[in-house]
Design a protein. Structure first.
Length: 158
């Protein structure tokens, strides 16, 4: 493997990149011969080793510059966890309709802090910025003044 040559030369970053490319290009393990399965398994273990080395290096460098994980912002701690592979980024993947002007936000476990909690339901007011009416709130024959005024707020009950 090219990753082995790069690892021997001391270029760990490039070696990890080549190992990852080999893992991503490989078919499922049940479709591989036994000797290739062993090579892919070895490449995975090398990737894990390089990832652990990078995380140790990054956290030690930040600690030397005064970073304390408990006192840092949650967003920065999350960014470190994403960078080191402890957390994943979950983007919205709509199955029916994609609305491009909505803000991208990843999944957050626990109660949502946007107007309601799991124990108490309250309506949340929402006005889309696209200038269109929702199906439920759209007048059947809007007048030109209604169209110029923009969308009316839509009340959603969660």
């Amino acid at each position: 493997m090219m990753g082995d040559c790069l690892a021997t030369a001391g270029d760990d970053r490039a070696a990890a990149s080549h190992y990852r490319a080999a893992i991503n290009a490989a078919p499922p393990p049940n479709q591989l011969p036994a000797e290739l399965r062993e090579e892919i398994s070895r490449a995975e273990s090398m990737c894990e080793r390089y990832a652990a080395q990078f995380e140790t290096f990054l956290r030690e460098r930040l600690a030397a510059r005064g970073f304390v994980e408990g006192r840092s912002s949650a967003r920065f701690s999350d960014s470190l966890d994403i960078q080191t592979g402890r957390k994943r980024i979950y983007f919205q993947e709509p199955r029916q309709y994609f609305f491009p002007s909505f803000h991208r936000s990843s999944f957050t476990p626990g109660p949502i802090s946007r107007g309601w909690t799991s124990s108490k339901r309250r309506p949340t007011t929402f006005a889309p910025s696209c200038g269109k009416y929702s199906r439920k709130n759209r007048p059947s024959n809007p007048t030109s003044s209604q169209l110029r005024a923009g969308p009316r707020p839509i009340t959603w009950v969660c």
